[in-house]
Ligand binder design. Structure first.
Ligand code: SF4
Ligand code: SF4
Length: 242
């Protein structure tokens, strides 16, 4: 029995240099999902397809400022300025910071002789047939204990509600998991469903977190030049409701 415990401890030896790098990152949220804890589920398989020897997935999050979100609108009169573009530029800045964090972790991994794959902050490659990401950022963040997926299909965090940009870095480094008790930040208030201008959101079936018609959402967003209503109207951690 003692021998078994020791073997487990040896296997769980944390890669300290990479772990220390996480504490120095200039981002608002950092989480870690350990591949061995995922028990070969869909997320583990997706990560292993990208980096077969992956041991940990690091999730980074940056707060989207509510000031920008409040200026957005899903409707626009012909010729008027598109203030949605201010949010787009803001998100570009946040993605730059997230990308840097991903590359910092990758660099620390490489210096420790370990492989790493920092993923794009704009989002992963998507299978256009099903609009499915090769690895889902929001579900990974949920598995890392950073929040839960709400009825809007967005990650709902305790501190920033749905106002977060995410990215990931896969690494061979063994890191401390941040997964804890599942969070319940979505209030199931239905506001996002009612306010969705494309009627792309609906009541989820039992056992499912959300019901989103991805094609209806994408078509609307492209035609309107942006839409963030489901994020804007969510009451969780929103200054609009304080
Ligand atoms: S608006 Fe309400 S139902 Fe929708 S994600 Fe936010 S808390 Fe959940
Ligand atoms: S982004 Fe707009 S269209 Fe898409 S689900 Fe949210 S509110 Fe609906």
């Amino acid at each position: 029995m003692a021998k078994k415990t020791m073997t487990k401890k040896t296997l769980e030896k944390i890669d300290t240099k990479v772990q220390e790098t996480l504490a120095r990152l200039d981002v608002d949220m950092v989480g870690v999902v350990r591949i061995d804890a995922l028990k070969k589920n869909k997320l583990a398989q997706a990560a292993q397809k990208l980096l077969p020897s992956v041991k940990s997935i690091v999730v980074f999050g940056m707060e989207i400022y509510p000031e920008f979100l409040e200026l957005t609108s899903p409707e626009r009169a012909m010729g008027t300025p598109n203030l949605n573009e201010l949010l787009t530029r803001h998100n570009e800045y946040l993605r730059g910071r997230l990308l840097k964090a991903g590359y910092d972790v990758a660099k620390a991994s490489h210096q420790a002789g370990l492989k790493a794959l920092p993923l794009p902050a704009l989002g992963p490659a998507v299978d256009g047939r099903f609009l499915e990401a090769v690895i889902p950022y929001k579900q990974t963040a949920e598995a890392a204990g950073l929040g839960n997926i709400g009825m809007s299909s967005l990650l709902i965090t305790e501190k920033y509600g749905p106002r977060v940009q995410l990215t990931l870095c896969l690494t061979e480094a063994v890191l401390k998991s941040t997964a804890g008790k599942p969070q319940k930040n979505c209030r199931y208030c239905n506001v996002c469903v009612v306010k969705c201008p494309a009627k792309a959101l609906g009541r989820p079936k039992a056992g499912e977190a959300y019901a989103l018609n991805k094609y209806a959402c994408r078509t609307y967003v492209e035609a309107a030049g942006g839409c963030s209503e489901c994020m804007r109207v969510c009451p969780v951690a929103s200054p609009r409701y304080q």
